[in-house]
Design a protein around this ligand. Structure first.
Ligand SMILES: Nc1ncnc2c1ncn2[C@@H]1O[C@H](COP(=O)(O)OP(=O)(O)OP(=O)(O)O)[C@@H](O)[C@H]1O
Ligand SMILES: [Mg+2]
Length: 412
């Protein structure tokens, strides 16, 4: 839905006369080229009197996802966001919204797009101090040319959505930070945008309000099918909220600002390159992991319809102490130990009679929960999908390995 192609932004003069070449050159282009060649950023910027914020940014944002831009202060996050609604124009490259190039839009079309398709929530709320909460939200609709009654009806409904129905007549200074941010959110959402831009919307809030507002925005986003481009420099927030995350650096890193784009687990567990690795090093990686990240997938299972003799023989040959037992439709039935198989073989019992029940968790069960289950009872857990089909096994020893290595342990 949103596509950034080779977007670069350098602040500074767009022309200078080059004495040696005896012609005008574009210092921004020159600066970008020199950075691409690996030259030192401050030398280049001092030489050419430009300030490079973005270099060769390529990003694709899908419809209906929360896409997070994450990086240290000064890496160009705000600049990137401002390029998207063209508060500033990129120096080079293109930005397409639903196939339409924002970088070349005329003023009239740009106003229309800002009114109907893109909204922005600012870091410091940006509310009008002398208007009530309701007026602040309705203001966004005024420019759309809606009738007064319609504007107020829609503004009220949106304030209800963000939990401020009882504060519509208050003035901004009478509200807490969290409430102000909700007003900002309501104002951005009331025009029913397709794309919501959020520049560190939670950074002014205290931790408790921050967490609850984060969750509300996720819920709202799912409900309204919004696409959100969210800027943050908080990795926890990025991992919690993002469907996908782009880790940004300053423009002098090799390849430009974008270091890695991936899902939260990719960033946390499979960081690419030194920069991103350093970035996620102190992250509590366990938090984003699930049962399926830590489970062991056995090379073989037994079927409940198979004879205990056959199953005993299989375990014996492979040196296994137990086998997961599944039905013909791969639903997990339980676990057969070698001892039980041998006893059953002697007494001519059926496999179904001697299978031990296994506790099960679904594959997306968070590691914390898996851990607490294994701490109360260290017998293994079966991991299944939503339909009960067998995926793998988690044992208490896997937890230890998880802390040591991070990812799947691969043997029993
Ligand atoms: N109008 C401007 N003129 C010149 N340089 C600018 C301008 N706006 C931003 N910059 C420069 O661009 C770079 C990126 O700034 P930007 O505000 O996008 O960073 P950021 O990632 O949003 O940082 P923060 O996390 O502190 O908000 C910085 O080096 C900054 O000095
Ligand atoms: Mg910023």
């Amino acid at each position: 839905m949103l596509r950034l192609e080779g977007v670069s932004k350098a602040f500074g003069p767009i022309r200078r006369f080059d004495v040696r070449q005896r012609r005008f050159v574009d210092p921004r282009r020159e600066a970008l080229n020199r950075l691409a060649a690996g030259e030192d950023r401050s030398t280049v910027e001092d030489d050419l009197h430009v300030n490079v914020a973005l270099r060769d940014v390529n990003i694709d944002v899908n419809k209906g996802e929360i896409f997070v831009l994450m990086g240290l202060s000064g890496c160009g996050k705000s600049t990137l966001l401002r390029c998207v609604n063209r508060l500033i124009r990129p120096s080079f490259g293109h930005i397409y919204l639903d196939g339409e190039d924002i970088t070349t839009m005329d003023a009239k079309r740009l106003r229309e797009v800002r009114r109907t398709k893109i909204s922005m929530v600012f870091q410091h709320f940006g509310l009008l101090p002398h208007r009530t909460v309701l007026d602040n939200v309705a203001f966004g609709l005024e420019v759309q040319g809606l009738l007064r009654a319609d504007r107020y009806a829609r503004a009220s409904a949106m304030l209800e959505t963000v939990g401020l129905a009882d504060r519509t007549d208050a003035f901004p200074h009478e509200l807490s930070g969290g409430m102000k941010q909700r007003v900002g959110l309501a104002r951005a959402l009331v025009s029913e945008p397709d794309l919501l831009l959020m520049d560190e919307p939670f950074s002014a809030l205290d931790p408790l309000i921050r967490t609850s507002l984060q969750q509300e925005i996720i819920d709202l986003q799912r409900r309204l099918g919004l696409t959100i481009l969210l800027v943050t420099h908080d990795l926890d927030e990025a991992l919690h909220m993002g469907d996908r995350i782009a880790i940004l650096s300053t423009p002098d890193e090799e390849g430009g600002n974008v270091m890695q784009v991936g899902e939260p687990a990719d960033i946390a567990l499979r960081p690419e390159g030194e920069y991103v690795s350093r970035f996620v090093r102190d992250l509590n990686r366990v938090r984003v992991l699930t049962a399926s990240d830590m489970m062991w997938v056995p090379e073989t299972v037994g079927r409940v319809t198979e004879d205990p003799v056959v199953l005993y023989d299989r375990m014996d040959r492979r040196g296994l102490e137990a086998l997961p037992i599944v039905s013909d439709r791969n639903v997990l039935v339980g676990r057969l130990t070698r001892t039980a198989a041998r006893t059953a073989a002697r007494s001519e019992a059926f496999t179904a009679d001697v299978v031990d029940a296994l506790r099960t968790v679904e594959g997306d069960c968070p590691v914390e929960e898996v851990t607490s289950l294994l701490l109360t009872d260290d017998s293994p857990l079966g991991v299944v999908d939503a339909g009960g089909a067998f995926l793998g096994i988690v044992r208490s020893t896997h937890i230890v390995r998880l802390f040591e290595s991070g990812v799947n342990s691969d043997d029993e």
